[in-house]
Design a protein around this ligand. Structure first.
Ligand SMILES: Cc1cc2nc3c(=O)[nH]c(=O)nc-3n(C[C@H](O)[C@H](O)[C@H](O)COP(=O)(O)O)c2cc1C
Length: 308
């Protein structure tokens, strides 16, 4: 068995990925930031930082606090806005054959739909990942993702605005994640990604203030998130008929394979890109090596193969 005989390809809606590994939104900039470390052609797809209608400056202070086994962050959806994204960032990404997925945010259902409509008209984008799960903005973000009706409303409005593949990204800050996954499927999502950060906090014992400054709370991400993300992916995969993308605490091929076995069709790596910028590539290589060692020809034989 050699490299070429192992089929790592997967399908998400209309998108054919040559392998299941993608960087998670917000941890890989607009792709070019990682080009010195990663051949962008090697990735399954590129998911860019969340894009909103207007540019956003994001949080002003203390955006990131390190915690054991992860990070606590409050970026506040800083981004260049949809017009500048199209003019300044997309041309760079278009030179690669790697599918580009845009993570979209908004403070209202109308904003989600508007940004999607604009992106729908330009070349070089194959999918929209709806961020109804951002844990650190006052309006929009997670507020849509913790109400099943609002979740349905946002996903439906994005669905109506595009024929591109629509992925709904869920927040773990709910009691029964399957209710939200089913709402997304019913609203017409082609796939579901989960999870975004869990809301958390950290206190500086000298100042007795939040380590995230005035933001007070932020999203817990990184390896400490993995068991929760894995459990949720496993639950959701059994309850919907659309592909599930596993995100949360992945540090390499072993973690990624756990998600795939639990039922994920693809995976995203977030915080670990900031620790090892080549983690996506190492993960692809590790998955391939695992399949070769186990003499499995196709990744599809692994997906959802969890045994009780
Ligand atoms: C610095 C940073 C910025 C992020 N920005 C976004 C974002 O713009 N949109 C989004 O949907 N998720 C965003 N996330 C969440 C990640 O995409 C991912 O869902 C989360 O970090 C869990 O994965 P991880 O444990 O591998 O980091 C961000 C995470 C971090 C650490």
């Amino acid at each position: 068995m050699n490299n070429d005989t192992v089929d790592l390809s997967v399908t998400l809606g209309k998108i054919r990925l040559k392998n299941p590994v993608m960087p998670a939104s917000g941890t890989f900039g607009y792709g070019s930031e990682f080009a010195d470390f990663v051949n962008l052609e090697d990735l399954g797809a590129i998911i860019v930082k969340c894009i909103t209608l207007k540019p956003r400056l994001g949080s002003f202070q203390n955006r990131l606090a390190e915690i054991p086994c992860g990070s606590l962050c409050s970026i506040g959806l800083q981004n260049v806005g949809v017009d500048r994204f199209i003019k300044e960032k997309l041309p760079y990404l278009r030179q690669f054959r790697t599918p580009v997925i845009v993570n979209v945010g908004g403070e209202s259902i109308e904003e989600f739909a508007k940004v999607t409509e604009i992106l729908n008209k330009v070349e070089g984008i194959v999918g929209i990942e709806i961020n109804i799960s951002c844990p650190n903005v006052k309006r929009g973000g997670m507020h849509f993702g913790v109400d099943p009706d609002a979740t349905f409303g946002v996903v439906k409005s994005v669905r109506n605005a595009t024929d591109l593949t629509v992925i709904a990204k869920l927040t773990p800050n709910v009691s029964d994640i399957t209710v939200f996954a089913k709402a997304c499927e019913e609203a017409g999502a082609d796939a579901i990604s989960l999870i975004n950060g869990l809301v958390g906090m950290a206190i500086d014992i000298n100042t007795r203030k939040s380590k995230l400054g005035e933001n007070l709370t932020g999203g817990v991400t990184g390896p400490c998130l993995k068991p929760i993300a894995l459990r949720m992916v496993w639950q959701v995969a059994q309850n919907v008929n659309i592909p599930v993308i596993g995100v949360g605490g992945i540090t390499g091929a072993g973690d990624a394979l756990e998600f795939l076995i639990a039922g994920a069709t693809a995976i995203e790596i977030g915080t670990y890109n900031l620790i090892d910028p080549r983690v996506t590539i190492k993960t692809i290589e590790g998955i391939r090596k695992y399949l070769m060692e186990k003499r499995i020809n196709s990744l599809s034989d692994i997906i959802g193969s969890f045994e009780r």
